[in-house]
Ligand binder design. Structure first.
Ligand SMILES: *[C@@H]1O[C@H](CO)[C@@H](O)[C@H](O)[C@H]1NC(C)=O
Ligand SMILES: *[C@@H]1O[C@H](CO)[C@@H](O)[C@H](O)[C@H]1NC(C)=O
Ligand SMILES: *[C@@H]1O[C@H](CO)[C@@H](O)[C@H](O)[C@H]1NC(C)=O
Ligand SMILES: *[C@@H]1O[C@H](CO)[C@@H](O)[C@H](O)[C@H]1NC(C)=O
Length: 169
């Protein structure tokens, strides 16, 4: 296991170096320490908490750019838990939900027709709704409210493709 892991890490590191060399110097490290500037957060790769609150302190809300969030907080690994936090609807808060869209095409267009609801409007309350990335396959998340308006206009969508977990942690 040790050698395999070492080899895998070396390969990943090599890939990073190659990727970095292909990025102009000025574009590197634009996001500060640990961010290589193109969506690969090295800090996340090296040391991570496998429970990730979607949107961070912004939680799951209308108008926050989740594509950008996923870009900056990736990569995600198999068995990582995504936590969606959103208040249950009442007179003043808008309802939100969590749907899995069928494919990239429906993701691009926020087409909910073949989507599966995984978290309903009340499940994001309290400590949030947990979704475990059990498989190494693309997951297309979106808010299913208002017939896709929250997904389209509200930017409440992102996709992740979990990687094989690193050897440690
Ligand atoms: C959201 O973020 C992505 C990735 O950074 C960017 O390409 C896109 O233009 C942003 N969308 C809006 C509406 O700002
Ligand atoms: C990279 O990940 C670390 C740890 O999760 C986080 O503190 C940091 O803000 C992230 N960087 C960016 C640019 O998102
Ligand atoms: C993910 O979790 C499942 C269930 O706990 C476990 O059987 C599987 O080996 C884990 N996969 C990885 C890559 O850690
Ligand atoms: C609705 O929920 C929000 C967030 O939890 C809360 O701040 C607000 O007071 C609630 N409004 C009502 C009418 O209960």
């Amino acid at each position: 296991m040790g050698l395999k892991c070492g080899a895998r890490f070396a390969l990943a590191t090599l890939l990073l170096v190659v990727l970095m060399m292909s990025v102009p110097t000025t574009a590197r490290n634009v996001g500060g320490s640990g961010n290589l500037g193109f969506g690969f957060n090295y800090t996340n790769w090296a040391q991570r908490n496998n429970r990730i609150v979607v949107g961070g302190s912004q939680h799951w809300r209308f108008g926050f750019n989740y594509t950008n969030w996923a870009f900056q907080n990736g990569p995600f690994f198999q068995n990582d838990t995504l936590v969606f936090m959103y208040d249950p609807p009442n007179g003043t808060t808008f309802p939100h939900s969590v749907y899995l869209l069928k494919d990239f095409r429906s993701f691009m267009t926020c087409n909910l027709k073949k989507a599966t609801m995984v978290g309903n409007v009340v499940q994001g309350g309290g400590t949030g709704f947990n979704f475990v990335l059990k498989e190494r396959k693309p997951y297309y998340f979106a808010c299913g409210e208002r017939g896709g308006v929250h997904c389209n206009m509200g930017l409440m969508k992102f996709f992740v493709w979990p990687l094989k977990p690193p050897c440690k942690g």
